[in-house]
Design a protein around this ligand. Structure first.
Ligand SMILES: [Zn+2]
Length: 410
């Protein structure tokens, strides 16, 4: 009796009832029936219609109970629908379409797939990997159809690689809600154009700023697709990344020239120059102290890098601009080619860099999400294809809505 009640309650059915619950073999069979004479929603148009006849019995795999497999047995009803003008199958409340699983099981699988490798989920619930994928897909489809993208103010555009140095994907984040909005294969012009084709309209009116790297293909597409008053801000973290790369190039170059006379001097110093000084270990700090006394090129690059940090702290745009001009002079007169190149790159993108003082957004939050994305990718090494990867990322990082009426089985 108790199980019958629980089944009815968790399935949340109003026009259907639990006939009996029996143990058969090693599984629990739940026989469902319809309440006679109740009008049922038509499977096509949802209009409540009169019952006509029954189809043959179908079996629906349901959420296991204490590790025991559970099956629902039910003969779907055909209704006479006046709207559709004919005989239609009812809208079965606990399953969808031709699925051989209950909606409850599908949402359970997709919920578990958020935190566990899909393979593990498949083993736990004795279904195939493809079933788990299908469950995630229906959850993502539902979420994408029901999510609200009409209130996005700031977006961040970034790229992630599937494996180190391998294929890239372009990802668009909602910086306020900290969620993935979109992902596309590649990092070309066409990739980002695809995003604006899908969401450009919905963003109009609310979008205030876009944060991205100084990447010409992206810049072109953004300029073509957003309204004039939308601010394009070049991402602080990407800029710092470029600067760090320049410093590292100076170190590498100098290490090469020192190889003959003093091969040990710059060995294992890479992170000493790249880290912020407050994050250095005691050992690294004392080594830096020693290296600073030598007249090294990399030390000059390091000082330039450190002084660039002050740029971000300015409150007023004008003062920041003045400082940037000063820094530009230092860098271009440093006789360090990588730093000079970096400075010229800044000059070429000055407006977007200065926009940071108009709108202080960075892709900093995407960094955290990128790390999570990497975990998702690693956890599910079954993702050989981009569409599956996209599915997994939307699922884990899209903050997609779920239906509310459902009982949560996990
Ligand atoms: Zn109908």
């Amino acid at each position: 009796m108790l199980i019958k009640r629980i089944v009815k309650k968790t399935l949340n059915v109003k026009r259907h009832k639990v006939l009996k619950v029996v143990e058969k073999g090693d599984q629990i069979e739940i026989h469902m029936d319809v309440c006679k004479r109740r009008r049922l929603p038509c499977g096509t148009c949802q209009r409540l219609s009169a019952q006509r006849d029954r189809l043959k019995q179908r079996r629906f795999k349901h959420v296991p109970l204490w590790g025991i497999p559970v099956v629902l047995l039910y003969r779907p009803v055909r209704v006479t629908c006046t709207v559709c003008g004919g005989i239609r199958v009812e809208n079965i409340p606990f399953s969808q379409g031709k699925s051989r699983m209950t909606t409850g099981l599908l949402w359970t699988l997709s919920a578990m797939a958020k935190i566990l490798p899909w393979k593990t989920v498949a083993q736990m619930y004795q279904v195939s990997w493809n079933t788990v994928q299908a469950a995630v897909k229906q959850a993502v489809d539902y979420g994408v159809n029901h999510r609200d993208v009409g209130s996005v103010i700031y977006i961040g555009i970034d790229e992630i690689s599937r494996r180190k140095g391998h294929k890239y994907a372009t990802v668009v984040y909602d910086l306020t809600e900290k969620r993935i909005l979109w992902m596309g294969e590649g990092r070309k012009k066409e990739t980002l154009e695809e995003f604006f084709k899908e969401h450009g309209k919905a963003l109009k009116g609310t979008l205030k700023a876009v944060c991205c790297d100084m990447w010409q293909s992206y810049i072109d597409v953004i300029e073509q697709n957003v309204e004039e008053d939308v601010v394009m801000v070049f991402d602080k973290f990407h800029i710092v990344g470029h600067l760090n790369k320049a410093v590292d190039e100076v170190r590498k170059e100098e290490a090469r020239t020192l190889k003959k006379d003093n091969p040990e001097l710059l060995k294992k110093t890479r992170y000493i120059w790249l880290k912020n000084p407050e994050n250095l270990t005691d050992k690294q700090r004392s080594r830096l102290g020693y290296l600073e006394k030598l007249n090294l090129k990399v030390n000059r690059a390091y000082l330039l890098k450190e002084s660039f940090r002050d740029f971000w702290d300015y409150t007023y745009r004008k003062s920041a601009k003045k400082y940037l001009a000063k820094w530009f002079w230092w860098a271009t007169h440093s006789r360090l080619e990588p730093l000079r190149d970096f400075a010229w790159m800044l000059r070429g993108h000055q407006e977007g860099i200065m926009n940071y003082f108009k709108c202080r957004i960075t892709n900093g939050v995407t960094e955290g999400m990128n790390n999570k994305a990497k975990t998702v990718i690693k956890r599910c090494y079954g993702f050989r294809t981009i569409p599956t990867l996209k599915l997994a990322l939307y699922h884990c990082l899209g903050k997609l809505p779920e239906p509310k009426f459902m009982h949560r089985f996990v």
